[in-house]
Design a protein around this ligand. Structure first.
Ligand SMILES: [Zn+2]
Length: 120
């Protein structure tokens, strides 16, 4: 009996592992930036405030921006993935424009791109 239960449990585990993996969200891909931009219901930083400048310079830096965080804080993607490079600049522009709609569009595009091109 004990053996059977153990076997059943193992079989269940194997079935669960065989299920297709859920796609990742920005929270999984770039948790630090996710927390900053979407973690709490707070407005984006006031333009030209100290925090605004800090984020602005980080978004302008390929290794520190949202895409850079996803790639492990490196800028190597600039050479290897045109789409990541393009999205990096788009995020920066959306931030300067202070457009939530644009940022959300960027996130959707990036998450889709990441799940299809970089997840495996
Ligand atoms: Zn990419």
């Amino acid at each position: 009996m004990i053996v059977n239960t153990t076997v059943q449990r193992e079989v269940k585990k194997a079935i669960n592992q065989a299920e297709p993996e859920k796609s990742l969200t920005l929270k999984d891909i770039s948790p630090q930036w996710y927390e900053r931009l979407f973690g709490k219901e707070r407005p984006l930083p006031v333009p030209l405030s100290p925090i605004w400048f800090k984020w602005y310079f980080e978004l302008d830096s390929p290794s520190k921006c949202i895409i850079g965080e996803a790639h492990g804080y490196t800028s190597s993607y600039e050479q290897t993935c045109k789409e990541c490079d393009r999205l990096g600049w788009s995020f920066g522009k959306s931030f300067i424009l202070r457009s939530r709609t644009r940022l959300e569009d960027d996130v959707n595009e990036f998450v889709h791109h990441w799940n299809t091109k970089h997840l495996r």
